[in-house]
Design a protein around this ligand. Structure first.
Ligand code: CO
Length: 212
């Protein structure tokens, strides 16, 4: 683990590395941002955003919280989504969960966790929605993994429910929403292949916000 002082040395090395490859790197970086991707992931220190996708500065707008949740009354994530869609006009929104997620594990634990209770409640609600499927999985670790996947899918649906995403798709045909799980044991990104078009059509029964 790097010491606190080393962080500044690392920063200096990073500056030198970037400018040796491209002397105008920071001049270009300071001008504007025009990322194609919004990434919503877990705060877990093992699951980076840019690095696991091989992307660099300026290429991805990032939001991370405990267990990659998208809650409609969380002003933080909703501001990020609205800005990314309406101003940055990102083409893809990715929700990336990960196996061995402590947040999801905590939501499967019958214990009072104080201020985390209302946050983890969102995951317990995902469990309730998919209780039949989940309770049919005898192996606890497999059930845990499946809840991690279902949690990602439900957060994707929460994003598709927003006016920003519905209206932008109607007008421009993007952004598409994708659900991923990062397999922490192999480093692989697994695309859950959610059916974005179908979800977008289906949610309009109840959540349509596109009529004038
Ligand atoms: Co996590």
């Amino acid at each position: 683990m790097a010491s606190y002082e080393e962080l500044f040395k690392n920063n200096q090395k990073w500056i030198e590395q970037k400018t040796s490859q491209d002397s105008g790197f920071f001049e270009q970086l300071s001008k504007d941002q025009n990322p194609d991707y919004l990434y919503i992931g877990c705060s877990d220190s093992r699951v980076t955003a840019e690095e696991l996708m091989g992307l660099g500065p300026g290429e991805v707008f990032v939001h991370r919280n405990v267990a990659n949740l998208v809650n409609s009354i969380d002003l933080n994530v909703m501001s990020v989504i609205n800005y990314a869609v309406r101003v940055l006009k990102v083409k893809h929104i990715i929700v990336c969960g990960h196996y061995n997620c402590g947040g999801v594990k905590a939501a499967m634990t019958p214990e009072d966790m104080g201020i985390l209770n209302p946050w983890l409640r969102n995951i317990r609600d995902v469990y309730r929605l998919h209780k039949t499927e989940l309770n049919a999985i005898a192996d606890e670790h497999q059930r845990y993994n499946r809840l991690i996947e279902l949690n990602v899918e439900e957060q994707c649906i929460n994003i598709i429910k927003t006016a920003a995403v519905q209206l932008s798709n109607l007008k421009d045909g993007y952004p598409k929403v994708h659900g991923w799980v990062f397999d922490i044991e192999s480093g692989k990104i697994i695309d859950l292949n959610i059916n974005f078009e179908k979800i977008l059509t289906d949610i309009k029964d109840i959540y349509d916000l596109t009529s004038k």
